[in-house]
Design a protein around this ligand. Structure first.
Ligand code: ADP
Length: 215
């Protein structure tokens, strides 16, 4: 399976103010992005939903732009911002889409506009992102914290069964687990998601007390 990845670099102005807690006022807000990555079944979606449920004014999911056809049960923004091929290409040409992949002719990428829209609402975009995407984000934005969520492989197998995944899908996802965890050391933080509430607390501590990770 071939994938082409394109990065463009342009740093946004640096801001130095640090926000201390998720309850801080918008005046304290510093634009930042938090990447939540990890193997399938580790709990990424659950964590992102929990952060948004707890702090709907502070966190939002960053949605990618995609050219694939919308399925009947999908809608604009869920799970992608759906655009046609010409619009996608125009967004790349204008520099708005700064990282994208092409797979089987379908394009998917990250748009700066959707990130800055969330910043304007004083929200922290949450995004799952491989290392190529992380590099693109860190080239483009000053405050990017990357967190790798993991769990024991046997526990992941239990969770995928519990989630009701198709058995063939589970086999494929478990095979991918070994490759995926090799990336863990390249993220700023690694959290073993044994207990959801503890994981959420650790993430909040990282975001608000750790000066945006190790960058
Ligand atoms: P991912 O998005 O990483 O593929 P999900 O968030 O869909 O993973 O979680 C996979 C399954 O594991 C879900 O059924 C979810 O409810 C469950 N889960 C998530 N975190 C935990 C946890 N800390 N302990 C037990 N089960 C969990």
């Amino acid at each position: 399976m071939s994938a082409t990845t394109i990065n463009q670099t342009k740093k946004l102005p640096r801001r130095t103010k640090v926000t201390n807690t998720a309850n801080s006022t918008p005046a304290d807000f510093t634009p930042r992005i938090v990447v939540i990555e990890g193997p399938s079944g580790a709990g990424k979606d659950t964590i992102v939903k929990e952060l948004i449920n707890r702090y709907p004014d502070r966190f939002a999911k960053l949605v990618s732009v995609a050219t694939r056809a919308m399925r009947p049960y999908e809608s604009e923004g869920n799970p992608y911002h759906f655009v046609d091929n010409a619009t996608f290409d125009q967004m790349v040409a204008s520099g708005d889409i700064f990282e994208f992949t092409v797979r089987h002719g379908e394009k998917r990428g990250m748009s700066e506009k959707y990130i800055t829209d969330l910043f304007a609402q004083h929200k922290i975009p949450l995004k799952d992102c491989d290392l190529v995407g992380v590099r693109a984000l860190k080239s483009r934005f000053n405050h990017v914290t990357t967190i790798f969520i993991t769990a024991d492989k046997a526990e992941i197998a239990r969770r995928l069964h519990g989630r009701g995944d198709d058995p063939a899908d589970i086999t494929r996802r478990l095979a991918d687990y070994d490759r995926c965890v090799l990336d863990a050391p390249y993220y700023d933080h690694v959290i073993n998601n044994e207990n959801l509430q503890k994981t959420i607390d650790k993430i909040l501590a990282i975001i608000y007390n750790d000066n945006y990770g190790k960058q």
